[in-house]
Ligand binder design. Structure first.
Ligand code: FES
Ligand SMILES: [Fe+2]
Length: 348
């Protein structure tokens, strides 16, 4: 009998990679408050991961799959340096190595690394995970969420749309004057504009040429180990101290049809005025901001999954077009490097 023919795994395309999420990036996967004592199971970039805190509060992240028979480790127990599976008790440490198999003395599986470990850090009130194959890139966050003179409040939500619609949405300042026309902060200013793009060190700014400092007049995208977007909305004195209101946004793909958005609301306030602002924000502004976010969510969730394939874009969409070009290039580079032979014998 002939040996069965080998079926070659078909390589992933740049378009598929982009839809699932770029891998060579840090992503916020959860706000810090979501990870308490128990292990936390999440799906991000279509991968199941389990997070837990060790005895010092540090974050561990590995595949959420028991190496024994595949139960979700996140349904088990946090033992500090390891998690224990609920099904038969197998213990796996933060490097993805089997620490113990309590049901069987001297099992040869002990010490084997069968789970992938993901680098994880906690910054700006969120847990960031690196999904790339190689050494993690340094993570440099925008100054508004790097501490120092700015104070921030993180708000996060699950949206049932591909992550790319969520980033496109931020790269489209003109929607503020329409979708959010009735909002507390974006009712001012011209409803028409001409727009232009301007390069920056880590990405570009897309801005109105006829208006600045009135409404949602510009937006910026950057890649500095993570992909972030930021914008600023002018606020009057009645909205408390700190001048313009900065927003930093990041999006993590959950799978190809949903994502989690992270928006940090930032103001340049120190000392007692920082507390005054945080109080004012919680008491008066937070619910108004949720209303605005809900408008974005409703529009994006209402769009067809394939809306991108049937668009008729005009000049205001220049920021989106440029952003997509940037993401296409990053995805093409990832896919090309993933298909390169890793060592000499693979080339032979
Ligand atoms: S499936 Fe986890 S210990 Fe058996
Ligand atoms: Fe919006």
């Amino acid at each position: 009998m002939n040996a069965p023919a080998k079926i070659a795994a078909s390589p992933i395309t740049a378009g598929q990679r982009l839809n699932e999420g770029l891998r060579e990036m840090w992503y916020p996967v959860a706000p810090s408050w979501m990870l308490q004592q128990a292990p936390l199971g999440l799906t991000r970039l279509s991968q199941r991961i389990v997070l837990w805190r060790d005895a010092d509060g540090g974050v561990k992240a590995i595949d959420d799959r028991c190496p024994h028979r595949g139960a979700r480790l996140s349904m088990g127990w946090n033992l500090g340096d390891r998690v224990a599976c609920w099904y038969h008790g197998v213990e796996v440490n933060g490097e993805g190595r089997i620490e113990d198999i309590p049901a069987l003395a001297k099992c040869v599986m002990k010490g084997r690394q069968l789970n992938r470990a993901f680098p994880a850090v906690e910054r700006a009130g969120a847990i960031f995970v690196w999904f790339g194959e190689g050494e993690p890139a340094p993570l440099e966050l925008p100054e508004e969420i790097s501490g120092g003179e700015w104070a921030d409040i993180l708000c996060t939500a699950h949206w049932k749309c591909n992550w790319r619609y969520a980033v496109d949405n931020v790269m489209d300042p003109m929607h503020g004057a329409y979708l959010h026309a009735q909002s507390h902060s974006m009712a001012e200013g011209d409803k028409t504009a001409t727009m232009r793009a301007r390069d920056t060190e880590s990405g570009f700014v897309f801005e109105k040429t006829n208006q600045t400092g009135v409404n949602f007049d510009w937006t910026e995208v950057g890649v500095t180990g993570a992909l972030w977007l930021r914008l600023s909305i002018p606020y009057g004195k009645s909205a408390g101290p700190g001048g313009s209101f900065g927003i930093v946004g990041m999006v993590v793909p959950v799978d190809e049809t949903s994502c989690r958005v992270f928006f940090w609301r930032c103001r340049k306030v120190q000392g007692w005025s920082r507390n005054a602002w945080k109080f004012l924000y919680r008491a008066r502004l937070e619910s108004l901001h949720w209303d605005v976010l809900e408008q974005d969510r409703l529009i994006l969730e209402g769009m067809d999954d394939k809306a991108r394939e049937q668009e008729a874009l005009y000049a205001h969409d220049g920021g989106i077009v440029r952003l997509r070009r940037m993401l296409d290039q990053l995805a093409a580079a990832e896919v090309a490097s993933a298909s390169e032979p890793a060592c000499e014998h693979e080339r032979a």
